[in-house]
Design a protein around this ligand. Structure first.
Ligand SMILES: NC(=O)C1=CN([C@@H]2O[C@H](COP(=O)(O)OP(=O)(O)OC[C@H]3O[C@@H](n4cnc5c(N)ncnc54)[C@H](OP(=O)(O)O)[C@@H]3O)[C@@H](O)[C@H]2O)[C@@H](O)CC1
Ligand SMILES: Nc1ncnc2c1ncn2[C@@H]1O[C@H](COP(=O)(O)OP(=O)(O)O)[C@@H](O)[C@H]1O
Ligand SMILES: [K+]
Length: 484
């Protein structure tokens, strides 16, 4: 599924117009499709209000009102900001009257069961004017089902910023042509409720999309009957210090359960003995960090990771450089994520910052990052020729050429120390088993979140811990591989 910017939608509309498709027809299709999408959510005797603005978002509301009224729903169409200004919305209002439909006066003292927000769409500039703010805050105070058309009023299409938190708090949003970026940004994303896209019959395509289960299935490697441990490569992970052995254990769990043929953990003696008790399949490069700094990389390594459970230091920086020089695809996480002028490497470098670490890398505040994380991750990836996995709800994966994906899986069960360590292990392991590093990164992030979704089918998200991945990964991977 594609994700759009406002300017892409304008271009698509313009192109349709040039090819003979009128805006009047597009708005007609939009209103009719919205009607079909909303039907399962509303009842004939619900008191429904459609709040229509003066632009084309308001125009969608006019068409929607006509379809609902024709089908016998109890609908009031109101224009709390004044009558339509755009040509297309005006034409639809004329047509509406020709069908003998009526509009109502805006009266905030009336009570409604369903409020449909067609005040502002992708033409929004922020902050909201006072008259809009009043209608939005009235809407949010009502005990009613709230449905937004295209985007909730008070958020913009491309940015996550919501000045003073004043936006329509939707239970459902129906986005025309496709979902917009702000659905996946913060705090805007918290105003959308359950979001679905509504096709208006125009061609789809964008450089930003959501990872789909089908694409993960299609790119997941087959395990041939004749395969042996060498087929699936040897992975190396530099992780763990005596006071943070758990991170290394969790990275090892993520790696060993994600398909790598062999796993070498570069760590300390003490951490090695802790890992061995949970992941007996692992082998070790003892005094790992020091040995890698000296250029000692074990033979046959096809994928590597560095960072879980180690703190930033000169030797971590040095070891990261040695690995970048080796040409082996490298995941750089946690303590190894340090600000640097360049990430020049002979192979792919995948950085996996959470917003705090990305803030350290870029000097931007976490708030700024969350409101614009898609564009910022993409910019960093393109500028530094690296892959950025910017973690959190709706993890962003940006590749060096600008191709960008949003991950739809995962839940708050992952909001626990250690789940990022597991992810690092999983990415390294999948780099070892996949031919294409991009597929490996996307698939690992998707499956990581899927594990949390599977957990929450039976158990509370509160109780999930990172070591549960040991038993969740077999279930998640079965769902991916089942149809192979
Ligand atoms: N292909 C598709 O997807 C299709 C999309 N379609 C629909 O078109 C919508 C885009 O329509 P649009 O361009 O007319 O803009 P829209 O969002 O209605 O806003 C403009 C109005 O808002 C006002 N306004 C702005 N900011 C404000 C503020 N802070 N505070 C107060 N007022 C503010 C602005 O006022 P002005 O500044 O001009 O005085 C103007 O009146 C899109 O979201 C979708 O619903 C379909 O109809 C067809 C197919
Ligand atoms: N609310 C959430 N929804 C989806 N994924 C989440 C959520 N909270 C955390 N995650 C995921 O959990 C992982 C946490 O990683 P990180 O913050 O590095 O943890 P740690 O360093 O403690 O291992 C990331 O993959 C992140 O995307
Ligand atoms: K709206």
């Amino acid at each position: 599924m594609y994700i759009y910017r406002a300017d892409e939608i304008h271009q698509i509309d313009q192109q349709a117009l040039e090819q003979g498709f009128s805006l009047f027809s597009l708005m007609e299709i939009a209103g009719r499709e919205l009607f079909h999408k909303m039907k399962p959510l509303i009842k004939k005797d619900d008191r429904i209000i459609i709040l229509s603005g003066r632009g084309n978002n308001g125009g969608d509301g006019i068409v929607l009102s006509r379809y609902l009224r024709m089908a016998g729903y109890n609908v009031s169409l109101v224009f709390p900001l004044g009558r339509p200004k755009t040509e297309t919305a005006k034409q639809h209002l004329d047509y509406y009257f020709m069908q003998d439909e009526k509009v109502d006066e805006w009266n905030p003292n009336q009570v409604y069961d369903v409020i449909i927000d067609c005040l502002l769409g992708i033409g929004t500039t922020l902050p909201l004017r006072e008259n809009v703010k009043q209608v939005v805050s009235w809407s949010n105070e009502q005990d009613a089902l709230r449905i937004a058309v295209d985007i909730p009023t008070g958020v913009q299409a491309d940015h996550g910023h919501v000045p003073d938190g004043e936006a329509f708090l939707a239970d459902y949003s129906f986005s025309l042509h496709g979902v917009k970026r702000s659905t996946f940004l913060l705090p805007s994303g918290t105003y959308f409720g359950k979001t679905e896209s509504v096709s208006v019959g125009l061609k789809q395509g964008s450089d930003l999309s959501i990872i789909s289960k089908e694409s993960v299935r299609a790119t997941f490697p087959n395990r041939e009957v004749t395969s042996h441990k060498g087929t699936f490569g040897t992975s190396l992970i530099v992780a763990g210090t005596d006071h943070m052995p758990g991170s290394a254990v969790l990275a090892a769990i993520g790696a060993i359960r994600s398909g790598t043929g062999k796993l070498v953990m570069a760590t300390t003696d003490r951490v090695a003995s802790v890992i061995a008790s949970t992941v007996p399949e692992a082998t070790f490069l003892l005094n790992g960090l020091e040995r890698i700094c000296q250029g000692h990389i074990p033979e046959k390594i096809v994928a590597a990771g560095i960072g879980p459970g180690i703190e930033a230091s000169e030797s971590v920086k040095k070891a990261t450089e040695v690995l970048m020089e080796s040409g082996i695809p490298l995941v750089v996480d946690a303590g190894a994520i340090q600000k640097r002028n360049n990430w020049k490497a002979k192979g792919p470098v995948i950085l996996t910052p959470h917003p705090g670490e990305f803030s350290r890398l870029t000097g931007l505040s976490i708030e700024e990052i969350q409101a614009n994380r898609i564009e910022l991750a993409r910019h960093y990836a393109m500028h530094h020729h690296v892959t950025v996995v910017l973690k959190g709800k709706y993890t962003v994966i940006a590749f060096p050429d600008g191709e960008t994906y949003i991950n739809p899986t995962g839940n708050s069960g992952l909001a626990k120390g250690g789940s990022g360590d597991v992810l690092t292990g999983m990415i390294v392991s999948m780099l070892a088993t996949h031919d294409n590093y991009r597929d490996a990164v996307k698939n690992a992030v998707y499956v990581h979140g899927l594990c949390a979704n599977i957990w929450s089918e039976k158990y509370s998200e509160t109780s999930m811990v990172a070591s549960d991945f040991h038993r969740l990964l077999p279930l998640a991977l079965q769902r991916i591989e089942r149809n192979k």
